[in-house]
Write a protein that binds this ligand. Sequence first.
Ligand code: NAD
Ligand code: IPM
Ligand code: MN
Length: 350
Amino acid sequence: TGTVKLAVVPGDGIGPEVTAEALKVLEAAAPTGARFEPTRYDLGAERYLATGEVLPDSVLEEVRGHDAILLGAVGGKPGDPSLPPGILERGLLLRLRFELDHYVNLRPSRLFPGVTSPLADPGEVDFVVVREGTEGPYTGNGGALRVGTPAEVATEVSVNTAYGVERVVRDAFARAQRRPRKKLTLVHKTNVLVHAGAVWWRLVQEVAQEFPEVTVDYVHVDAAMIFLVTDPARFDVVVTDNLFGDIVTDLAAAVTGGIGLAASGNVNPDRTTPSMFEPVHGSAPDIAGQQVADPTAAILSAALLLDHLGHPEAAARVEAAVLADLAARTPGATRRTSEVGDAVAARVTG
Ligand code: NAD
Ligand code: IPM
Ligand code: MN
């Protein structure tokens, strides 16, 4: 209760379109006594192209003073020469995740009733990927030599610290412990990435001692792609590194009804900084500005935000409204982005 200070970063492409709907639903779902006070930050491609600024330090410090962050998407059209790849992704999105120590990237995957999966017989799909958020090949540890020559060498070194791996593994175990099936699957590539693999394997075995009720399972990431398609119901909690988690969760989204439904939270479980909630998808330049993007992923991300801020009932109301909206969809019919937001918000207020 009280005022919830929300930093809103709509970003690029469909980001502003879906964020507007998430905010609409969030405000409709506000629990009695709580009021959302959104502050909008115009970060992204437009600002960068106009001013060269990506995330000024002063803005980062302001954002730090909020209770949570709602983000749309950042990044341009792949291949667009005016916006080199990585500037916004690294300088804005990853900088926020790293500076705010979002070491748990929570990405739930559920096949909701009435939603069509591309799989003929998917079964009961309900798992959550706990993706490490601050390390792996994402740290920027690497470089290039003799760029542009036939002798060019490029490296991106994966960073895996015992500290970083242990804390995300412990969070994943704690989540598994709270779920009915109590099963944790480590997804990695220990047969090739032997150094990083050994750290992940060892810490999973060690932390497992604290959670005797949790069943521990291991699958190589390539085989995990098979099982995600042939038997996605086998997964409960998946813990994995930053890059594997990125790839696994796009496929997970595809098998559970599409990228337009996949929500995520970049969480700092220690609550020393604001956590950040955003859809799994990107800025979708191919459909931007047309009001055809599905805002459901952004809306479900807002539900994760509510839950994180200690409003589980409000989160459940948003989720129930989304489930009802999904179940009522007519196959083949299209609605505008804002119509989906209006419909969900109406169901939330009842
Ligand atoms: P993308 O997720 O933006 O798009 C992939 C495909 O999914 C596209 O066909 C798109 O139209 C579709 N799609 C995405 N969201 C949708 C929605 N809500 N409703 C309906 N269809 C949707 O991935 P991409 O094309 O690889 O990346 C585009 C840009 O976004 C790049 O600059 C990339 O770096 C960036 N990106 C940002 C984030 C983020 O901000 N978290 C995440 C992924 C990609
Ligand atoms: C995501 C995106 C980001 C990631 C990019 C844009 C940095 O793909 O949130 O899934 O790889 O984490
Ligand atoms: Mn991704």
